[in-house]
Design a protein around this ligand. Structure first.
Ligand code: BG6
Length: 493
């Protein structure tokens, strides 16, 4: 959504600046924005951490990480310019005095800007600390200007509907809704943003985008990675909370939403909430019919031996946490009546591949029926990553003397058109600096999304799954996930 807008001097305050997200995503994103000339003229990154690190030590650490994770190569000249904007600041999250010191530090930056700068608080910390930090920010008057101060909060936003409501209420004591940026990095991905352009910028697809023409929709986010070093976090989270409640439901909203009247952020977010509201809630006694969970055991991923989930660091040997989820959703509205939306996600799957499949209905009658040729119904595949393309599959005549049809594919390759594709975090951080909320989640979106998965969550939490582990690392997930779609005569693409 980002465009050219003059940005006001800004201080970015990162809570959790020595964590994984900061090193892999945030600093690389700020660096890449900086070298593309997209950062404000005056800006400071105040990196907060518990440890007594020197500025020099911290900057070296960031430089090493940039060498590994930056999208563009780092040059000594650019680094020299960028590092001058970073300050490490020792800080204790739960100590009032630390926030008083922070207040003074922020004032010093403002003096150099010659005016009260904007403040962007980035909470790159576990969800348990959000309320503590938000309270301290309020008590220390750190975010006293609703026009200039913003807070970015990482997912998971709460751990269920009730806690999300609580958190929203708590944040509302310090921030207006327009100041709160709840991040879901999938919305910053180029290919996910392109869904909006593809659907509403063309006249040929929208008339076909409904239950009259579409038979089913599939959304797959398959990962090769396991839980890596995040075992203790993941044990408390699982795939339903980590991926379905946010990333997959947000993609579903992009596919299913009604055309927004404008690109105004409130309008787009309203249309997405409409989708979430229309998703039929699954009653507790039907959870097994509509949802499947799984957990990976040992296996082989990409030719390398892989541990099972229960053998990973920080995981209980009898863990009940799911690393795979597949769900069949229905939307109760005119456009999508009776069209199944299958979503699935899993860790340690056969390959990393995220994609959306729009399966069109077969022809009701066929000119070619006499020739007993099998016609494949049309299919549109939107590859999100690592492929970034859109493929339309249709039937065409095979060149030759007889009239034989074969399925062919027409491909639009996003990558080939634009090699210099920004990372999701670059897009989202720039939007936050500019004050554009479109790609961030509003409180009601988050609460609705929790509501959609509530019965699944409650049912699974209250029941031990004795079949775990039930899929091999390096496979496409448990058998039941195939049965979920086959029952209806469909199959995963
Ligand atoms: C994060 C999840 O939100 O998204 C991770 O917490 C997951 O578990 C990651 O691996 C996937 O993101 P991406 O951009 O690599 O597909």
């Amino acid at each position: 959504m980002s465009d050219n807008k003059i940005l006001q001097p800004t201080t970015i305050i990162i809570f959790g600046s020595t964590g994984d997200l900061a090193k892999r995503k945030l600093f690389p994103a700020f660096y890449n924005l900086y070298i593309s000339g997209r950062m404000p003229k005056g800006f400071n990154i105040l990196a907060l951490g518990r440890a007594d690190n020197s500025d020099e030590y911290f900057k070296n650490y960031i430089k090493e990480n940039l060498e590994q994770f930056s999208r563009k190569k780092i040059s000594s000249e650019d680094w020299a310019g960028f590092q001058a904007h970073i300050t490490y600041f020792q800080h204790q999250l739960d100590e009032e005095n630390s926030y008083k010191d922070l207040y003074e530090k922020l004032e010093k930056f403002d003096k150099v800007y010659g005016k009260r700068g904007n403040r962007l608080f980035y909470l790159s910390i576990g969800p348990n600390f959000v309320s503590t930090i938000s309270n301290h920010i309020k008590n220390a008057s750190l975010a006293s200007d609703p026009e200039k101060d913003r807070i970015i909060i990482e997912k998971p936003f709460g751990h269920d509907k009730e806690s999300a409501i609580e958190l929203n209420n708590l944040l509302a004591e310090t921030f207006e809704e327009e100041q709160i940026y709840r991040i879901d990095h999938y919305l910053g991905k180029e290919t996910v943003q392109n869904i909006l352009a593809f659907r509403f910028g063309n006249s040929i697809f929208e008339p076909l985008w409904d239950c009259k023409h579409i038979e089913s929709v599939q959304i797959t986010v398959a990962e090769e990675v396991g839980v890596e070093t995040r075992g203790s976090f993941y044990e408390e989270t699982g795939a339903l909370r980590d991926m379905i409640q946010n990333h997959l439901l947000q993609i579903l909203c992009m596919v299913a939403m009604e055309p927004p009247a404008s690109l105004e952020s409130g309008e787009i977010r309203d249309r997405k909430v409409d989708v979430l509201k229309s998703i039929r809630r699954i009653s507790s006694d039907k959870v097994d019919h509509y949802a499947v969970r799984g957990q990976y055991g040992k296996g082989t991923v990409n030719g390398a031996k892989a541990k099972g989930y229960r053998q990973e660091e920080g995981i209980a040997p009898d863990s009940n946490t799911e690393t795979f989820v597949a769900v069949k959703f229905y939307l109760d509205n005119d456009r999508w009546q009776d069209v199944p939306f299958y979503v699935r996600t899993g860790k340690k799957m056969k390959e990393k591949h995220s994609y959306i499949t729009i399966q069109f209905k077969p022809l009701p009658t066929s000119t070619f029926s006499e020739t007993s040729q099998q016609l494949s119904a049309n299919r549109l595949i939107i590859n999100i990553q690592p492929l970034m393309d859109i493929r339309l599959q249709f039937m065409a005549k095979q060149p030759g003397l007889s009239l034989v049809l074969k399925p062919v594919e027409m491909i639009f390759d996003n990558f080939a058109c634009q090699e210099d594709t920004p990372e999701a975090y670059e897009t989202l951080l720039l939007d936050a600096l500019m004050g554009d909320l479109t790609l961030f989640m509003r409180s009601d979106q988050v609460e609705e999304a929790w509501d959609v998965v509530k019965t699944i969550q409650d049912t699974w939490e209250g029941r031990k799954d004795s079949s775990f582990p039930d899929y091999e690392a390096g496979s496409w997930g448990p058998e039941e996930s195939f049965a979920l779609v086959e029952r209806q005569g469909h199959s995963w693409v």
